[in-house]
Design a protein around this ligand. Structure first.
Ligand code: ASP
Length: 598
């Protein structure tokens, strides 16, 4: 037994009288009380951002083990004083590679750890195996971090971003790729602001997509293409506006953020089919070139055609090669060579392609089309018909079939017109600003119809109120299971944190709503690092009080029931010392059924 002085003394509490502390899961001395913290993992794959060397000595190349030390000397990217006071360097898995941003304007402290790959790559050397490594790391560290930044060369960043967007399914956290045109070590460079912007976005917002941040803009990862070798503004997203603009403030266009709308967990598929290719049609292309390109083992190609999806239809030899390929079950996806726009069946020259079995790629970029082909054809268990159907479906917002626009629908909505008059607001934008409060109020009362009405007029059900609370937080606190399920299927995030750092799962635990805890866990919810910090002490307190429901709630939330308090005691030991029969019975039952952990 520990020395008496080191054993925490527990006061018996009535479980019904939850203090503010226990409601939000924050003990008095927790630093999150003064400032909310979030943890970001940076996967450094290479690229110009961390390159050194000159044209004379063999050209720019990635430099190992240099970035972290350099970042530690950049005050905009690291607060050394904070790191020392908080003992960052000895507190976590990548201790030496862990840094802290200065406190953000939104009063968030972003702690980030850098996992450097070996070797670091110029992105021209990337293959599908490298994509798989990144995807696996995202899976491995998914629960430990609030968001992810991937440092990557610009040359193939659009391909990697598109590939990861498909490989990662049911994404619930922000994943941002970024890099630079000029190394971060140079006097004038874009690396610092790109890294800072990516960290601020990944650490402060739940944008559940694979995104790409460059030159003050956040794009959907599968919508971008590199358009400039000599400008800091190197990327373009021709068919979808940016998800966010980082100007004086970071403004997110929540209406276009893609959401998985699911109650399923995050998973990754690393099996990508490499027998795919890109073929750009040009005047005078020969049938033998096309034939050679389509030979075995080719399983799918992206055909880059003219304008809105046209290819010569006065060339029966060419069309015949394409027909023979589709008859051999080679998938041919039609994409335009134009930077902006979509393929359509406007011209006879385009319709003839469809007749030989070519599938429309809509307004997908060639990068996204290729990645989608590789991903879909990697699903070996699917039939050819199923694969073709999947290629036409909008899987991750890569095509323009299901765009919604909160702004336009709000403006044109009758509901909003009536409400505007009713509460004497001057403009509809003002009512838009009330949506979060209205949605949270509907969640509080369990009014599913009201939530549906708000959604119908384009209201975002993942919105946050003035305390950072989302309708899902409120539904979790109130125990409205059906409503919580509806919110999840409408894209609500299980990882949203309110201003006290609490997730919906924490709220459900505090109010002991077991069904909600189960539902959230099914969707991949877990307690954040901050929430887990004093979990052992809280469990011990519940054990002392014989609060079996409370213990059960934590158990269902996936907590290790052998977590210890700050005196090193487990709930079982505390319950034994305090002779709390209810707690002992419960803990014993749990132990005999499936062991303590989970
Ligand atoms: N060749 C470099 C790369 O893609 C270019 C860059 O990072 O901007 O890694």
């Amino acid at each position: 037994m520990a020395a008496a002085s080191s054993i925490p003394q527990y006061q018996r509490q009535r479980s019904s009288s939850l203090s503010h502390e226990s409601m939000w899961g924050l003990p008095e001395a927790c630093p999150a009380r003064e400032e909310a913290r979030s943890q970001v993992l940076v996967l450094n794959t290479g690229g110009t951002i961390g390159m050194g060397g000159t044209e004379c000595d063999g050209g720019l190349a990635p430099q190992m083990n240099k970035l972290v030390e350099a970042l530690k000397k950049m005050p905009m990217l690291h607060d050394e004083e904070y790191a020392k006071v908080m003992k960052l360097y000895d507190s976590c898995e990548f201790a030496d590679n862990t840094l802290a941003l200065p406190l953000s304007k939104r009063k968030k402290r972003i702690i980030y750890s850098i996992l450097e790959y070996s070797p670091l790559l110029d992105s021209c050397n990337m293959t599908t195996d490298n994509w798989a490594k990144i995807a696996k790391d995202l899976e491995t560290y998914y629960e430990q971090y609030d968001g992810f930044v991937i440092l990557h060369g610009t040359d193939t960043m659009a391909y990697t971003a598109a590939a990861l967007s498909f490989m990662c399914k049911n994404v619930g956290k922000t994943i941002v790729l970024t890099g630079a045109q000029v190394p971060i070590y140079e006097l004038r460079n874009d690396g610092r602001s790109n890294l800072l912007g990516a960290l601020l976005i990944a650490g402060q917002f739940v944008i559940p997509e694979v995104c790409l941040y460059f030159h003050h803009k956040l794009y959907r990862g599968n919508r971008v293409t590199k358009v400039d070798t000599g400008s800091f503004d190197a990327f373009s997203s021709p068919n979808l506006p940016p998800l966010a603009n980082a100007e004086v403030d970071i403004r997110i266009d929540w209406g276009i953020v893609w959401r998985a709308n699911t109650t399923k967990k995050f998973t990754v598929q690393t099996d990508m089919n490499r027998n795919v290719g890109l073929l750009r049609i040009f005047p005078g292309i020969t049938a033998s070139t096309v034939k050679a390109f389509l030979q075995h083992p080719m399983e799918g190609i992206v055909l880059e055609t003219y304008g809105c999806g046209n290819a010569p239809n006065n060339r029966p030899d060419l069309l015949e090669e394409l027909r023979q390929a589709t008859e051999r079950n080679v998938v041919i996806l039609n994409c335009t060579q134009c930077l902006r726009g979509s393929v359509a069946s406007t011209y006879a020259t385009g319709q003839d392609l469809a007749q030989v079995g070519v599938i429309s790629g809509g307004d997908m970029t060639p990068e996204a089309s290729l990645a989608k082909l590789s991903y879909v054809l990697g699903k070996r268990h699917l039939s050819w018909k199923e694969k073709k159907k999947m290629l036409g479906d909008n899987l991750r917002g890569e095509m323009s079939s299901v765009l919604t626009g909160i702004h336009s629908s709000l403006r044109s909505s009758k509901f909003i017109n009536v409400m505007t008059k009713f509460i004497s607001l001057n403009c509809k934008e003002e009512l838009g600003a009330l949506i979060p409060s209205m949605a949270c109020a509907a969640a509080k009362t369990g009014d599913l119809d009201a939530l549906k009405a708000i959604e119908e007029v384009g209201g975002n059900l993942s919105c946050e109120d003035y305390d950072g609370r989302t309708p899902l937080h409120v539904a979790a606190s109130e125990g409205h299971v059906q409503l919580a399920e509806y919110l999840l299927k409408s894209g609500a995030s299980v990882y949203a944190k309110d201003r006290y750092g609490a997730t919906p799962l924490m709220n459900a635990i505090e109010f002991r709503h077991m069904d909600i805890i189960r539902l959230l866990r099914e969707t991949g919810a877990h307690l954040s690092g901050e929430e887990l910090k004093n979990a052992g002490t809280k469990l011990c307190l519940l054990a002392v009080n014989g609060d079996v429901d409370g213990l059960m709630a934590w158990h269902l939330a996936g907590i290790d029931m052998e977590s210890t308090d700050y005196g090193g005691r487990t709930p079982f030991q505390v319950a034994t010392d305090e002779k709390n029969i209810q707690s002992l019975d419960f803990l014993n039952q749990l132990k005999s059924r499936r062991g303590f952990s989970k």
